[in-house]
Design a protein around this ligand. Structure first.
Ligand SMILES: NC(=O)c1ccc[n+]([C@@H]2O[C@H](COP(=O)([O-])OP(=O)(O)OC[C@H]3O[C@@H](n4cnc5c(N)ncnc54)[C@H](OP(=O)(O)O)[C@@H]3O)[C@@H](O)[C@H]2O)c1
Length: 341
């Protein structure tokens, strides 16, 4: 079995384009701007885009925009061939100075720390989209959103599809729906092609639901089971699908759920981690009748199944944690049932 042993190997794996992405990127016209590139997913998405474009022979630029609170992220992106612009998108003067481009991937947002600072989350997630939609009225936009806009559903139903009416719980999820609605408004007003990309939960080895489960198992910490099921997808696959959405943007916006094909039992995942780590998983509470679950069937029909399977992710994460691999201190709080982040 081959494991991922270093951050360099992980980054290379995350930014390895599929043949389909390479051929689709060949027909993308113009530059791609990634707004909010500096987070967990943006750097590998931007690198994936550059690799796919270069392998297709295209010279389109990929421009990453963020505040770059982490200067190292900026250097790393520049070294990988991504042009970077430091910008606080909430500062309208800075926003208006950004270059134009026909293709926008919108990844900026705020989740953690919402409780107690709700006004900021609303400004980021629901006000800023309007400013960005006005600035980029001649562009197509893939809008990262969240499966958190959906109501909880029984695990036996296999998750909710895009036709389910949103029922966001708590102000973070409500503000995510605000982001979607504001983009949708401008899409209709100005005939802007868009995809609303509802994601839950991307993972890599440094963060995510599987990492949190593995760390608990390794450290003999009980895992709460009230949120007894979840969906996960390899970050590389989620980013691939997001880039391929550029070709599917339309007005009014098309909505696409993005996650893995399994309704994953948290208990099962912890036991699988336990087998790999030589530990017994400990639990607290029992599974509720419902969980936050999406059905991403439409995305598999459009793009095919993810290239990295759930058991492959579990193998990789378990080994990463066993070897003491580097992790970001950014928990998902996937167990939260009241929507307070
Ligand atoms: N990861 C997941 O599993 C998941 C699940 C559901 C939805 N999503 C959504 O998908 C998107 C990307 O995910 P992610 O995990 O990469 O999110 P993330 O880690 O929160 O990254 C978003 C980045 O946007 C940048 N940003 C925030 N405010 C900004 C501002 N005012 N001006 C410029 N840049 C700003 C920040 O980088 P700087 O500090 O450098 O500015 C931040 O790191 C997010 O919108 C997230 O809500 C992600």
């Amino acid at each position: 079995m081959t494991f991922i042993q270093s951050i360099a190997e992980l980054e290379a794996k995350l930014s390895e384009p599929s043949e389909q992405l390479i051929s689709e990127m060949a027909s993308i016209e113009g530059d791609i701007i990634v707004l909010g590139v500096g987070g967990k997913m943006g750097p590998s998405l931007a690198k994936l885009a550059v690799h796919a474009l270069r392998r297709s022979g295209a010279r389109n630029r990929v421009i990453g925009v963020s505040r770059f609170s982490n200067e190292e992220t900026r250097r790393d992106l520049e070294a990988a061939g991504i042009e970077t612009i430091s910008c606080d998108l909430l500062d309208d003067r800075q926003l208006q100075q950004l270059p134009d481009a026909p293709n926008i991937i919108y990844m900026a947002g705020n989740k953690f720390g919402t409780t107690g600072n709700e006004n900021f989350t609303w400004a980021m997630n629901a006000y800023l989209p309007g400013r960005v939609a006005e600035k980029y009225r001649n562009s197509r936009i893939v809008v990262f959103s969240s499966g958190n806009v959906y109501p909880f559903s029984p695990p036996g139903l296999g998750g909710v599809t895009e036709s389910c009416s949103p029922e966001p719980k708590g102000e973070y999820a409500q503000s995510c729906l605000g982001r979607e609605r504001v983009f949708e408004y401008f899409s209709k007003l100005n005939n802007m092609p868009m995809v609303i990309f509802r994601l839950n939960y991307a993972i890599d080895l440094r963060y995510g639901v599987l990492l949190e489960i593995a760390k608990s198992v390794l450290n003999d910490r009980p895992i709460r089971l009230e949120m007894g099921h979840a969906n996960v997808i390899w970050q590389g696959d989620a980013n691939e699908m997001a880039l391929r959405c550029l070709a599917l943007c339309e007005s009014p916006p098309r909505t696409i759920n993005c996650t893995g094909p399994e309704t994953m039992s948290i208990r099962w995942a912890a036991e699988e981690m336990g087998k790999r780590l030589g530990k017994e998983a400990l639990f607290e509470g029992t599974e509720s009748d419902t969980a936050l679950l999406s059905n991403a069937g439409q995305s598999f029909q459009l793009f095919g199944y993810p290239r990295v399977s759930l058991l492959q992710m579990i193998d990789w994460v378990a080994e990463w944690v066993r070897a003491g691999g580097y992790t970001l201190n950014k928990p998902t709080h996937f167990q939260e049932r009241k929507g307070k982040f």
